[in-house]
Design a protein around this ligand. Structure first.
Ligand SMILES: CC(C)(COP(=O)(O)OP(=O)(O)OC[C@H]1O[C@@H](n2cnc3c(N)ncnc32)[C@H](O)[C@@H]1OP(=O)(O)O)[C@@H](O)C(=O)NCCC(=O)NCCS
Length: 292
């Protein structure tokens, strides 16, 4: 399949090393990751196989600027070492100029552009913490950022998406402090101005969210005034959802398949998650929508 894609006719260019000291902080890439990224820096002569893949992935990514479906590509096998673990970082660095130009053509303010793309660094930090090793595994999610279809607008992120056959804005909640109703109101107001101004061709009338945060069972444990409960009350829930045990454990405890007897029990939510699972019950990811 990759053979059919071919390399980009425009050629692949990674940023010059001299530019990296200004690019890394803007992408929230911390010093530990920056050092490893530079150490594994690929070249066509040193890493012909990786370079071959990189050219094709780059071509597929930048030919689909504005594409709303996440591009799901596999991680490289461990024998490719750090260069393989950071493969998708090199891909996104190669596409940085393309997505920045796309943002400029759409009139996206510079601060929104950089804040949005800085999710790259945050995901590197998250993956290191979650998996105990450096590298980027959340590449499908970031193909939205580097094709210009997701934007960080204050507390929430919004992506161009579809819901029930029509255009919709996907709503995402990054981990960045409390989910206060005021901050959410401000984000929704911003989105209502931002998308008609920068993407006037599509009339988005609904927002939708798929998350453990919308599980109505949380109301059995959290106060009515809690930010999570107030957030979920904004949405009309549809469908049955799916098992959300893995997601809630990953997002709240930053662990994959933990022993629940060893989890911290400091907050109401932490205690709720464990009590619920000990009772033999399950958490759910639910889908909700709201008019915009
Ligand atoms: C979404 C989020 C910001 C909500 O936090 P919040 O605004 O503090 O939420 P609430 O006011 O409803 O908190 C209610 C209780 O749960 C606790 N709580 C909420 N989120 C928590 C978390 N991630 N870890 C531990 N405890 C948490 C609060 O401390 C509070 O308990 P307390 O009264 O004992 O202190 C937070 O859970 C978070 O950052 N999650 C990670 C991102 C995420 O999951 N995104 C969705 C992906 S699908």
């Amino acid at each position: 399949m990759l053979d059919a894609i071919g390399a980009s006719p425009h050629g692949l260019r990674l940023p010059d090393r001299a530019e990296l000291s200004s690019i890394f902080p803007r992408l929230a890439i911390d010093q530990a990751d920056a050092a490893e990224i530079i150490e594994g820096w690929p070249s066509p002569t040193k890493d012909p196989e990786i370079w071959w893949l990189l050219e094709r992935a780059y071509h597929a990514l930048v030919s689909d600027l504005g594409g709303i479906e996440p591009l799901r590509w596999p991680n490289l096998p461990p024998e490719f070492g750090a260069t393989g673990r950071f493969f998708y970082v090199y891909l996104f660095l190669a596409a940085l100029g393309d997505v920045r130009a796309w943002h400029e053509r759409r009139g996206i303010p510079d601060d929104v552009s950089w804040t949005t793309l800085a999710d790259l660094g945050r995901n590197l930090t998250r993956d290191r913490r979650l998996l105990g090793d450096s590298g980027l595994r959340t590449s499908a999610w970031l193909t939205l950022h580097f094709r210009g279809v997701i934007y960080a607008l204050g507390r929430l992120q919004f992506n161009l998406s579809r819901f029930q056959e029509g255009p919709a804005l996907g709503i995402h909640i990054p981990e960045s402090g409390p989910l206060s109703p005021e901050a959410c109101d401000a984000s929704f107001r911003w989105a209502q101005e931002f998308f008609p101004a920068h993407f006037p061709e599509t009339p988005w009338r609904v927002g939708m969210c798929y998350s453990w945060l919308l599980d109505d069972q949380l109301a059995e444990y959290l106060d009515e005034r809690s930010n999570i409960i107030r957030f979920q009350r904004r949405f009309r829930i549809v469908g049955e959802g799916s098992n959300g045990d893995a997601e809630i454990l990953r997002f709240v405890f930053k662990r994959i398949a933990p022993d629940i007897d060893e989890l911290p029990q400091r907050t109401k939510l932490e205690r709720a998650i464990v009590a619920h699972l000990r009772a033999g019950r399950h958490w759910r990811n639910r889908t909700g929508w709201l008019p915009l």
